[in-house]
Design a protein. Sequence first.
Length: 226
Amino acid sequence: MALRRPRRDPRARRGVGALTSLRYRDGSDEIDLDRTIDVLAANPMPEDADIVVRERVLSKRSVVLVVDISGSMKGERVRTAAAAVGALAGGLDRDDLAVLAFWSDAAVLAHFGDSTTPLALLDTVLSIPARGLTNVHFALDTAAGLLRGVSSPDRRVLLLSDCVHNAGPDPRGVAATIPRLDVLLDISGEQDLELGRDLARLGRGRIRTVRTYRDVGPALTSFFQR
């Protein structure tokens, strides 16, 4: 899986992200006339680096991965959850990633800024037995709380679940408070497609369905194309 990564170099080439005025480098062609004229006024013999251009620079993302480990997430679904954790932890190494597992309760497996390795996260997820009811509301509310503590302009939650919500309040209200909520809906068994669609719509995100762990990579890549 190849996730679109944020650029470390502030002079990065044009891409998806915030439109920013930067010094010219090869490949840039949209000149910021106002800023360039200011530079030329102070330096009538300009060099290439004195030209100011407009480029889109990708910013660091803050992502909370919310993984359903309730009683319905057994068998093949455990492999799907493991694939999502491994793919995100490895693919978002330049971003901030938090991981939350939930059932009728919830547990934060990795906070933003933790130095946990992808393999350690994977081992932790696989060591937790699938159990209990599915409280999507509590999971999303906990994830929203984690996001409130970060300042990244790109803050989002990725929910992996069958969305068979059977404990706690209706999760639609809390979904609307999240800057962006994408839903990875496991359809290998019982599922609630209607709720999954509602959560993604209210959270201004997308929904993708997966049947096996092989479907995880393409689905995650589609989420991070914008």
